[in-house]
Design a protein around this ligand. Structure first.
Ligand SMILES: C[S@@+](CC[C@H](N)C(=O)[O-])C[C@H]1O[C@@H](n2cnc3c(N)ncnc32)[C@H](O)[C@@H]1O
Length: 254
């Protein structure tokens, strides 16, 4: 499995406005806290990247006593996170071998990162270990198996094959979490929509979508040139794209 070098992307990661605008105050975290009555909550954003999720939650949960933690493999991504969230505890480390005591966290969020892990079973072992009893692991990612006509795959066909190697199916994810004694609820939200190709060219050119970094420069350039050519020929050109998001809530049994 090829891996993305986030040191090379860190500076342009947050230029993708979709990433910044998409993050909301986490309704699942709120629901969890409202139904618990702990004197303090420990929340980990696993593979926190530039701190977008933490920043949003730290602003949205000022009414709860929470200690916020972020772990990421990339020093460069963490440098950005440190500028964004000054009071969170941010640590460089690997999801496969987390530098935390067992049963440390009430809630672990994990956004757009699971496909990056080389040793996914080991990561799940670690999540189960560091989660408190009754705690929640929430995974959010794109659901690539439900979006074969994603615009990225239409213009960069090699990306589809790279992603097949990186992503687990929802069935495998469900089974692997259940095997570890977690109670799992998994949802996939799907939509089919028409998009203007011109609106997506800047996303492709920013090359922060990790799968685009895994392509040969030749495959990448071919896709960019095709998009540019089509936009030049017909600035209003639209295509139909798939998009699917997977949300998985897994509770560690008491
Ligand atoms: C697509 S980014 C997602 C960042 C953030 N969660 C977000 O939603 O913006 C993937 C992140 O996973 C991190 N990562 C990749 N492999 C990792 C590993 N084995 N352990 C911890 N973090 C890892 C990368 O450094 C990168 O910051």
């Amino acid at each position: 499995m090829k891996s993305t070098n986030y040191s090379r992307i860190a500076d342009r990661y947050d230029r993708n406005q979709y990433r910044v605008e998409e993050v909301k105050v986490d309704a699942d975290l709120r629901e969890y806290m409202v139904h618990q009555s702990q004197s303090e909550y420990a929340v980990l954003d696993l593979s926190c990247g530039t701190g977008l999720y933490l920043e949003k939650q730290m602003g949205g949960f000022t009414d709860f006593p929470v200690t916020w933690h972020g772990l990421d493999a990339s020093e460069k991504m963490l440098e950005k996170a440190k500028e964004r969230v000054k009071t969170a505890s941010l640590i460089q480390g690997f999801a496969e071998n987390m530098p935390y005591d067992s049963e440390s966290f009430h809630f672990i969020s994990n956004n757009y990162a699971f496909h990056h892990y080389d040793h996914k079973e080991q990561v799940l072992n670690e999540i189960e270990r560091v989660l408190k009893k009754g705690g929640i692991y929430k995974l959010h990612n794109i659901a690539i198996h439900d979006m074969p006509k994603w615009w990225v795959y239409q213009y960069f066909p090699a990306a589809y094959y790279e992603d097949q190697k990186r992503y687990w199916t929802k069935e495998v994810l469900y089974q692997e979490l259940s095997l570890r004694g977690l109670t799992v609820k998994l949802t996939v939200n799907y939509r089919m929509e028409q998009i203007r190709v011109a609106d997506y060219l800047s996303f492709a050119e920013n090359r922060d979508i990790s799968v685009l970094t895994l392509l040969s420069d030749q495959d990448y350039q071919q896709g960019i040139e095709r998009m540019c050519y089509e936009v030049a020929a017909a600035p209003e050109k639209t295509i139909v794209t798939d998009f699917a998001e997977l949300f998985c809530i897994a509770e560690k049994n008491q």
